[in-house]
Design a protein around this ligand. Sequence first.
Ligand SMILES: [Zn+2]
Length: 438
Amino acid sequence: MEIHYWNRKVETADPSERAQSRLADLRATIDRALGTDFYARRLGEAGISSGDDIKSLDDLKRIPYTTKDDLRSAYPYGLLAVELDDVVRVHVSSGTTGVPTVIYHSAEDIDNWTELAARSVTATGADRRDVFQNMMTYGLFTGGLGLHYGAERVGMMVIPSSSGNTQRQIKLLRDFRTTVLHATPSYLLHLHARLAEGGVTPKDLALTKAFVGAEPHSENTRLKLEAMFEIDVYNSYGLSEMNGPGVAFECVYKNGMHVWEDAYIMEVIDEKTGRPVAEGEEGELVFTTLKRRATPLLRYRTRDLSFVYDSPCRCGRTHRRIGRIKGRTDDMLIINGVNIYPSQIEEAIMQLPEIGNNYQIVVEKSGALDRLTVKAEVHAGIFSDDARDMNALRRKVIENLRSSIVITPVVEFHEAGFLPVQEGKAQRVFDMREEDTA
Ligand SMILES: [Zn+2]
């Protein structure tokens, strides 16, 4: 397989060489962070008054974790590390609690982010000949803008179509011979259904690749998308606190996402104890920014669950890889005392070719117990209104779920197109239990 690099020297550097520049960047990051109200206090409490107090990368452990709540409490200026005049962009996320978080970017920050995004898209083999239709939402959410500048830097023709308006997306896709898409996996499933309705097949399109992210999804969903569109689908990871897309990306081998370790220090910790997990074990990802000027973040707890691959990648990149995001620590459902991640349910149902594009997970109280209902769309031609016709499939779904989550769910089937489709991140989980008890 042909391997393309955007920045070969950095991407293939020996990790031991990288360690020196990482330590220097970490010290500089701490010095910048000390200029903020938040970190002046937080680092002061930990006895750190200068970057020079950090003698090795191992000393990172002296620094307390930063959480989403810390970001909220520091809103709006508590984490700003440069003069406001040097800020060229802010991304604000509202979140569910109503108190927003903000990340500031200087011109240099945007430039560094663009470099990471350019490396990321190039790792998949995309290049200046590609036409890139960016179906992620543009705006305060970082999904759209995140890869936009990276794709431009690589020289791709970017169609900033943003999310939604599927008919217009299809027109752009056809008229401009789009070759690369960027979207959530749930939106691509929806797009495919609309294309199929209009009689459009992959042969009518010029697509070769899609980048998917922003939602945890299973390997089966990837395989399904690849078969539907007859393309290669690559996993992308990012979060607005760490810029957005371009933190980690799959290369042509699709065996985990390379984390750009010259720009971030990644740790994997036990989400309960806060201690590092053993090599290769699953845990919560924690990131420290090494390059960012305007909003340095130290040991930020992402609440995203993944693991690190221990084997080197055949592409020659020396940046470690993480597995697809299993879910968020706060996505975990406790159903009748059993810990379940929605991604486990998706994995179990998407293995079945009869199951269509959309599903929902509903948890309710049923007497003293919790009841889990899985609603899944079934492909046209398989769906029947007569429940008896669906019994064989229902048994398969229940069997798959039981072997994965040890719980017997209620399974409801629906016709394709029945369940609502969201334009941004799909809401799949409806936990009604709190409302019931209120
Ligand atoms: Zn690789």
